[in-house]
Design a protein around this ligand. Sequence first.
Ligand code: PMP
Length: 396
Amino acid sequence: MNSYHFYHNELQRLRDHHIYREMRTIESLDGAVTVIDGKEIIQFASNNYLGFATHPRLIAASIAATRDFGTGSGGSRLITGNFRLHEQLEKKIATFKGTEKALLFSSGYLANVGAVSALLDEGDVIFSDELNHASIIDGCRLSKAKTVIYKHLQTNDLEEKMRKFSGRKKLIVTDGVFSMDGDIAPLPEITRLAKKYDAMVMVDDAHATGVIGKGTAEYYGLENKVDLTIGTLSKAIGTEGGFAAGSETLIDYLKNKSRPFIFQTSLSPGVIAAASEAFRLLEEEPHHVKKLLNNAAFVRNELVRMGFKVIEGNTPIVAVLIGEEEKALLFAEKLYECGIYAPAIRTPTVPKGKSRIRITLMATHQQEQIDHLLNAFLHAGKELGVLPSFASSLTG
Ligand code: PMP
């Protein structure tokens, strides 16, 4: 068998198992409404939580910076790509997160990979929640440290493992808000264990920054108990890029040792200026976050009232348990027929029999759009036997 046969056969295997990945082509975008393959669809799956990606102030800032500095930065930060704009944004992020310093990366993915792989090494030990994001997992692999996986959110299991495994340096790493379940890491207990067992704590705030306020540490009032916060500029901030925020020592260390930071061209001026404007907006206009959380709470409460099983949480990621994989896929198809995009999440991403529909709310969702979502859920729920047929509708 030559190499190409291998790839061909593997692709066929993915198709046979219905796990071959396809992309949807978005032709236009107006708030939460997109046109996909000629059909108008309301997105309930976007990470553009606050609608900032199309906010006039971000667009204006991006255009102005592009006009002044060009479309690309032309170099890595340590050579010719360090503009005043990058430094100003890092100061803003550090102030926002309440840390001494911050450092930009080209994406949240690379911030996780770059931080974990630089800070930990052979002989060290990492304690990682089993549902942590792929970029944390990849960072752990690259670091060569021993990685010990603890059960999702279960600090008893974490403590048992911290008692058992020791290393030169120790790190507990967790998503702040988990991307598939929308639940929040138990930071009070995690930071207590970190102190007890002399470990550092790193939190990935990709789905928390500008979502549950400033982030997970602020949510719990534990700002000075987290050693390193990772974030992305691609979700609530509405642009792209990632960052690490923490003490001067850790950030200076990353600046000197983290390969994704050292060897990548820095983010373009337009992206940086738009992200700075987003942080300004977050400070000046708290109503965006409030609206986002109100939309999420409303949808959660209504779905529970209808009789759906919703994973508990206070975040805009609302995971509705459907059960079997085929049913979840059919459910998502029914929603799509009603003009709603909320994907089915199935194995291997979630355990077998726990397939779900994952809804993501935005601050810019209109009430009619939310009502449409809920009515579509009610109808699909009754039709597919997820709900009893007498469940009552939101709008009568
Ligand atoms: N962490 C988490 C929890 C994420 O969900 C994501 C994005 N899917 C990332 C990190 C990576 O962020 P970015 O898209 O900026 O690379």
